[in-house]
Design a protein around this ligand. Structure first.
Ligand SMILES: C[S@@+](CC[C@H](N)C(=O)[O-])C[C@H]1O[C@@H](n2cnc3c(N)ncnc32)[C@H](O)[C@@H]1O
Length: 225
């Protein structure tokens, strides 16, 4: 993929178009990340663990030294896993950001233990993952959570959750699932309009609520116990 295309794709994750199939959820995610950014310590270090193409890099880079780690082959990553581990010493980073990675990892416990190892004592883990969502392997897709289940998993792995956002309530999540199930049958000419209508209904019903109990995405802020 050329540099221009990568940049465009990242920009569309951060500022999705209204006729995008992910307009509402990506817009909510941007709002949460912008809120979190306000409390990020200047000149800190942030590691994006399972970085993909780092949709939020350009937000956080305004305050942090930002590093992306992923599997070899991801040309966007700054560093690569070595034998499944992050090639960094213990207690070195101020923040770990993990967006839509946890549902893809074979062992959430091992992933969180690696987060714990690399984070400084007073570091923070910023982690988002799915509640209600379609199957989307990258390269696999193992898990879904409730708010309680995710907070318990974090607690069982030595993290105290101080804040949990819940993005897209039950009705908006239902519309998303209906859209993702139905749109493959639609002629491509009608897809943009269909996505626009679904996004319009989601906004009307859900009203930009960041604290739904039944949610498509949970975004947690945790610290080491
Ligand atoms: C859906 S993508 C999300 C990428 C990016 N964080 C984002 O929000 O766009 C899932 C990412 O998790 C990474 N991943 C999958 N299994 C992993 C593991 N066991 N440890 C760390 N990262 C993993 C994949 O390489 C991929 O980049």
């Amino acid at each position: 993929m050329s540099g221009i295309h990568k940049h465009k794709e990242r920009g569309e994750r951060l500022y999705p178009k209204k006729n995008s199939s992910r307009y509402y959820i990506l817009s909510l995610l941007r709002l949460v990340n912008e809120e979190i950014l306000e409390n990020i310590q200047p000149n800190s270090t942030m590691l994006d663990f399972g970085c993909g193409n780092m949709p939020y890099r350009r937000l956080y880079e305004t305050k942090c030294k930002y590093l992306g780690v992923d599997f070899e082959g991801n040309e966007d990553a700054d560093i690569y896993f070595e034998s499944g581990k992050i090639p960094m010493r213990d207690n070195t980073v101020d923040y770990i950001i993990s967006t839509q990675v946890l549902e893809h990892v074979v062992s959430p416990e091992e992933y969180l233990s690696e987060c714990f190892r690399v984070l400084k004592k007073d570091g923070k883990l910023l982690l988002s993952t799915h509640g209600h969502w379609k199957y989307h392997p990258d390269p696999t897709d193992y898990w879904r959570w409730t708010k309680d289940g995710l907070e318990k998993l974090l607690s069982d792995n030595q993290f105290e959750t101080t804040h949990t956002y819940g993005l897209m309530g039950l009705a908006a999540s239902g519309l998303q699932l209906f859209q993702d199930g139905f749109s493959p049958n639609l002629h491509y000419r009608f897809k943009g309009l269909f996505f626009w209508i679904i996004a319009y209904l989601q906004v009307k019903i859900d009203k930009w609520n960041l604290y739904s109990r039944d949610a498509s995405v949970f975004f947690t802020i945790s610290q080491k116990k």
